[in-house]
Each structure stands twice: as structure tokens, then as C-alpha cells.
Design a protein around this ligand. Structure first.
Ligand SMILES: [Zn+2]
Length: 413
């Protein structure tokens, strides 16, 4: 039987050979949680096969459990995050195009696809229905090699500009106590087509979802509302939970215009693993942050160790909310050559200023991207987070790599 273990430390060294019971010549370094296949054993040393060059690892650098991995995939302007927790695969958004699909099929899960195994994504969270967050899900739904558990969403869809029976592009609204509320809210997305005249991209999404669901490749869709906890379980002996901290109710407040309303009702997900926490706030903006802070008053469910920067580092944020999140590290997911100039200078500066660390960490998928000096081809950026329930390490690949010097890594503290 094949035996597998995982790197217990970050940048665990792999040596070319064993000489007098010691590793000789480091030929590779792997991140905490990276999976290794055990080939043979000599005393305290294991011969392993892993990502990159194979070799020998010391027993102290090996663990029986993987822990939590979070991959911020460089999908250009948008969000695309893959999470692996124990045996679970989770997506939070999937970018605007085929970038995330290509990452999954040509890199991350080639080991499954080569064996003709299906790739099962246990949970997909679509934070909101802007194309830079959900359009990439269509390509995954259309590929028979993928199956899905639950697809979570905030319930607000977009309608066509013409032939739309509603008062706004997001549906009907009512006035109540001087505030305007959106009342066209969807719980079930499968077979929602035909009932309404969605815009072109939402129509394509609902169609792909309905087709995949008919083939039993999707279990169900669920609208997440405030306080819902889609997951609270034990992974590798530690608590792993995801909760929707803030948004969603029967009528959703309308925030000045359609764009601000759809962004402002992004799912806000708080992930806990062991003693560490992570916040994914979709595309929250000033209006929604103010609304949430008012709603929560003196409570603060937003404070975490690591936060995804809301809305790709846009300038539409409040300092007060950032001060509540108060993370050690921030990750920004944005593209190059887009019209928004994300991330904005004030968003970058504030991410540092409102950190609780004396050396705040700010990562960007865009900065992690590089160009191969010889071929001039783009090397897409990837921000890697690894957590064993106590320690968090965030790493990106060096632009010029040597086999035992690959990573630019930071311990979150
Ligand atoms: Zn966005």
C-alpha cells in the first residue's frame, strides 16, 4: 500500500542523498502541508516523491495531516480562491474567464484527471453575481469531469436591460421606513431560467447549472443569509468552520445604485481553522460597510488574522471597517491593465496602517505575476496560504528560482 505524509514545516528541505545519516545537498523546498509519497525509509529519514525534485526528508519535517491550504489564484481582475481542508475542496468565486479552470485542470488536479477520476468540489461560494466573480464557474459546470456539492450564493441576480418586468436591473424594490429594499431574491438557482429574463451571462450560468444538476453533477444551491453556518466540523483534529457573518435577509437593503447594491450584498465569509481566522468580504463597499457596522454596533465579527482585501483594493472602503478587521496580513486579488486602477494607493497604504502587526503583510496576485525573461511568457501569480491550526505561512514563488530557493515566505504573526 502506498503511504503518504505531508510537510510539517514551511519550506521543508528535501535532500539529494543521505551521507552518514545526514541529508546532503538540499535540492528542493516544499511548503507546509505539501503532500509527499513515501518510497522508502532509513532510520529517521524518508525517501519521498513530491512536487519538484524528489529526495530525502527528515521525520521531524513530516506530518500525518495536511491542514488548511488557501490558494489565491491570479485570474486577473476578479476573485478566484481554492481552499483545501482535509479531504474537502472549496471555491470562493472563480474569476471572469477560463483562468481558474485552466489552473485546476492543467495544474492542481491533473493527478486526478490523469487517473480518469472526477474532481469533486464540495462547496462553491459565489459571493455575488458580478462576472469577475462567477462567470468562471460556468466553464467548470460545463465540464463533465467536475462534480459539485452545494453552491452558495447571496440570492441577487441580474436582469436584462430590455424585456425586464421589474423596476430595476436587480428586481423589485419596496420602500419601508425611509429605506428602499430589494425584494426579488432567489433561494433556488436550478431551473430559475424561464421564470425571468436574466441578463446574458446570468442566463448562461443558470443554463449550465440546470444542465449539470439534471445529470446529478450538482447537489443543490443554497442562498446564504446572516448567521448561517454552512460548515462546522473537525478537520485534522481541529475545528474548521465557515460562517456567513453578516449579510442576507428576506429583503435586502438597496444601496444607492445597482452596482453598489450587488457588491454590497456580497457574502462575507469568516473561516476558522484551529485558533486562526480568515475573512473573505467579496466586493464590500463604503455604503455596505457603514450598514454592517451600524447593524453590528459594538460587536465585531470581522476581526481576523488574514483578510482578503474587499473589492480588489478599490478606494471605496472605510478606514473604520479596516480598523475592525485589523488583520496581520491582507491579500489583494486584482488584474493588470484594467480600467479600475486596482489596487488603489490608499487601499494599499490603509491595508498596512490598519494591521495589528508591526510589520504588516500585504500580498497581491498582480505583484506575484512575472514574465519569463527568455520566452516573455506570463508566469501567473499565486498566493499560497498554509495553516496547521496554529501557524500561518503565506508564500509566493520567487521570480528567479533555484531548486532549493523557490519561495518568498512569511510567517503571519
Ligand atoms: Zn469584483
Amino acid at each position: 500500500m502506498e503511504t503518504y505524509k505531508y510537510a510539517a514545516v514551511n519550506e521543508a528541505k528535501i535532500y539529494k542523498s543521505l551521507v552518514d545519516g545526514k541529508g546532503k545537498k538540499a535540492v528542493n523546498r516544499i511548503l507546509m502541508g505539501t503532500y509527499v509519497k513515501i518510497v522508502s525509509q532509513k532510520g529517521d529519514w524518508f525517501e519521498v516523491e513530491t512536487v519538484g525534485t524528489d529526495g530525502w526528508m527528515h521525520k521531524d519535517d513530516l506530518a500525518e495531516t495536511m491542514g488548511l491550504k488557501i490558494f489565491f489564484i491570479d485570474i486577473g481582475q476578479g476573485d478566484g480562491v481554492l481552499i483545501e481542508a482535509g479531504k474537502m475542496k472549496i471555491l470562493i468565486d472563480a474569476g471572469p474567464d477560463a483562468s481558474l479552470y485552466n489552473y485546476l485542470t492543467k495544474w492542481q488536479y491533473t493527478y486526478l484527471l490523469k487517473k480518469k477520476e472526477k474532481v469533486h468540489i464540495d462547496h462553491v461560494f459565489i459571493t455575488h453575481f458580478d462576472i469577475d466573480h462567477y462567470k468562471g464557474v460556468i466553464k467548470l459546470l460545463e465540464d463533465e469531469r467536475f462534480t459539485f456539492g452545494t453552491i452558495y450564493h447571496p440570492g441577487i441576480l441580474k436582469f436584462a436591460e430590455t424585456g425586464n418586468k421589474y423596476g430595476t436591473g436587480l428586481g423589485d424594490t419596496v420602500d419601508n421606513g425611509g429605506e428602499k429594499y430589494l425584494t426579488t431574491i432567489f433561494d433556488e438557482l436550478v431551473a430559475a431560467e424561464g421564470k425571468s429574463s436574466f441578463n446574458r451571462d446570468v442566463t448562461a450560468f443558470v443554463k449550465a447549472l440546470t444542465a449539470a444538476s439534471k445529470k446529478k453533477r450538482v447537489k443543490n444551491t443554497v442562498r446564504l443569509a446572516a448567521g448561517k453556518k454552512p460548515m462546522d466540523q473537525t478537520v485534522d483534529g481541529k475545528r474548521f468552520s465557515i460562517e456567513e457573518t453578516v449579510n442576507g435577509k428576506d429583503a435586502l437593503i438597496y444601496l444607492s445604485d445597482e452596482g453598489k447594491t450587488i457588491n454590497g450584498h456580497s457574502l462575507v465569509l469568516r473561516i476558522t481553522f484551529g485558533t486562526r481566522t480568515f475573512l473573505f468580504g467579496g466586493d464590500l463597499n463604503t455604503r455596505s460597510e457603514e450598514y454592517l457596522m451600524k447593524k453590528y454596533g459594538t460587536q465585531n465579527p470581522f476581526e481576523v488574522d488574514v483578510a482578503k482585501s474587499c473589492h480588489h483594493g478599490s478606494a471605496d472602503f472605510t478606514e473604520k471597517f479596516l480598523a475592525m478587521v485589523n488583520p496581520y496580513a491582507t491579500v489583494i486579488s486584482s488584474g493588470d491593465n484594467e480600467g479600475h486602477a486596482h489596487p488603489r494607493a490608499d487601499a494599499l497604504g490603509s491595508a498596512g496602517k490598519y494591521s495589528k502587526s508591526i510589520r504588516p503583510l500585504v500580498f497581491s496576485t498582480e505583484l506575484a505575476r512575472s514574465v519569463n525573461p527568455k520566452t516573455k511568457k506570463i508566469i501567473y501569480g499565486l498566493i499560497n496560504i498554509r495553516c496547521n491550526g496554529n501557524d500561518i505561512h503565506i508564500s509566493q514563488m520567487k521570480e528567479i528560482k533555484k531548486e532549493d530557493d523557490l519561495w518568498d515566505s512569511y510567517r503571519v504573526k
